[in-house]
Design a protein around this ligand. Structure first.
Ligand code: ZN
Length: 206
């Protein structure tokens, strides 16, 4: 029996070869440019389904209480043991604001008032888009969710800059503290490319 819904794309690598059609279960998947299209797509040769793949959206919050920022110590891979802001994949049928609030509840058990969009970062090499909203904690109530080892508020001088889980989060935090000094928080749209390989002298060290 072939389980429906199997698509061969491996989590974290949306460019992986698709092994089975998620509509009919056939393994006859071709990669070709459909009529009227401009890019190669995975096309099922059995049922004709065209399997479009598009970027995933990561939504999160930069929650503050007074001057301090709420951060989570990751309990799961990737980047277990490093600090991040509460963020995760947007679900189907969910608004980006609701998703950001949900992730903040799941990872930090904090109820937040979600404010304006702050950073929008394209990550074309992993087919993701990050959207981080500023948010405020009405009260300093929070606790680690199942994906966090610890949740705490940081003053700017306490932020563990050498133990930040993701470049998107480091960039968001650096912008935030800079913009706070400047007195405004414009939406910051940017992109991150694939991280260049480490120079040979740093590879394999330790
Ligand atoms: Zn099919």
């Amino acid at each position: 029996m072939v389980a429906r819904g199997i698509a061969g794309a491996v989590c974290g690598d949306d460019n992986a070869t698709m092994r089975f059609c998620s509509s009919c279960g056939s393994a006859r998947i071709g990669l070709r440019v459909p009529d009227g299209d401009s890019l190669p797509r995975h096309v099922c040769e059995a049922c004709g389904e065209i399997h479009y793949q598009n970027p995933k959206v990561v939504v999160g919050c930069l929650p503050t209480y007074g001057e301090r920022v709420l951060m989570c110590l990751r309990a799961i891979e990737p980047r277990r043991g490093l600090w991040t802001l509460p963020a995760g994949f947007l679900e189907n049928g969910e608004t980006v604001v609701a998703g950001a609030a949900r992730e903040t509840w799941e990872e930090a058990h904090a109820r937040v008032d979600v404010g304006e969009l702050y950073t929008l970062i394209s990550l074309p090499h992993i087919n993701q888009i990050y959207m981080v909203f500023r948010a405020t904690l009405p009260e300093p109530a929070f606790a680690p969710g199942p994906e966090s080892l610890e949740v705490r508020l940081f003053d700017e001088h306490e932020v563990p800059w050498d133990r930040i889980a993701f470049r998107t989060i480091g960039r968001t935090l650096r912008n935030f503290f800079l913009d706070r000094k400047l007195g405004g928080f414009p939406t910051r749209v940017s992109a991150l490319e694939r991280r260049p390989p480490a120079p040979p002298e740093l590879r394999g060290a330790g």
